[in-house]
Design a protein around this ligand. Structure first.
Ligand code: FPP
Length: 245
């Protein structure tokens, strides 16, 4: 039976988050500059988006650029930014066809102006998408996000709009950039690295973590479906015993 048919339609995660890793190594293995890895990673972004939509995932968050990625060589950063613009131009038709809404998390106001303009265009153009919301994490870092949420809470407190006893994890979550979006039930990281790298630290509290050695440019729809099947075999206990479930 092919892998897609092994998926239980009644137990598909609502939200899948992906750390797309291994582009550089993919290129280096072929004796190519790292940027070729990023260019070839775009196909995997398309595959993951389509696969998610096909099985009824409602939210897909992709870690495209972290707050730490500014430390990379300028040529690589410039290539990634241009790739983002190019990809939006090339994929906007497909996103609309597949009824996908695009949004972002992260401090996008620090991205180059032409990237901001293109993102705004894509967000507007896809705002009616209902099948899947793809969330691009750009200039995103979880610690910065949590710090910013705390800052907003302190301001509300100082203005008398929030008192300390009404602060709960649910209320706190409402100050994060993912407010209104359910937490990911599944995190996928490619390339064999086994860490979270400052990604959605609050939201991943109960997520199932799935690590695969596949390098991001090689990540296929079947790889995505495999991760879903593995997720469906996990027992999610949320602190309870097996018997209580
Ligand atoms: C990690 O691989 C990947 C990134 C930092 C960028 C992700 C970008 C893409 C997949 C392409 C464009 C994306 C969109 C949304 C259009 P790495 O460079 O850290 O790989 P390495 O660990 O092998 O060096």
């Amino acid at each position: 039976m092919d892998i897609k048919n092994q998926i239980d339609k009644n137990n598909v995660p609502q939200h899948v988050a992906i750390i797309m890793d291994g582009n550089g190594r993919w290129a280096e293995k072929r004796g190519l500059p790292r940027i070729f890895g990023h260019k070839n990673g775009v196909g995997a972004v398309r595959a993951a988006t389509e696969a998610a939509g096909e099985i009824g995932v409602k939210f897909l968050t992709l870690y495209a650029f972290s707050t730490e990625n500014w430390k990379r060589p300028k040529i690589e950063i410039d290539t990634l930014m241009n790739l983002l613009i190019e990809t939006i131009d090339n994929e906007i038709g497909n996103l609309n066809k597949n009824d996908v809404r695009l949004i972002t998390i992260g401090n996008t106001s620090a991205l180059p102006k032409n990237v901001q303009t293109k993102l705004k265009y894509a967000i507007d153009k896809t705002s009616q998408g209902k099948t899947l919301t793809t969330i691009l994490a750009l200039n995103y870092g979880a610690r910065a996000e949590i710090t910013e949420a705390t800052r907003k809470i302190l301001t509300e407190y100082r203005n008398g709009k929030l008192d300390e006893m009404s602060l709960s994890p649910e209320v706190f979550g409402g100050y994060l950039q993912t407010a209104g979006i359910p937490d990911p039930e599944l995190l996928i990281r490619t390339s064999g690295e086994i860490r979270l790298s400052n990604f959605l630290l609050w939201q991943l509290a109960y997520a199932e973590l799935y690590f695969t050695p596949v390098l991001w440019p090689d990540f296929s729809k079947d790889d995505f479906f495999n991760a879903i099947v593995e997720y469906q075999h996990r027992e999610r206990r949320f602190g309870m015993t097996s018997e209580q479930l």
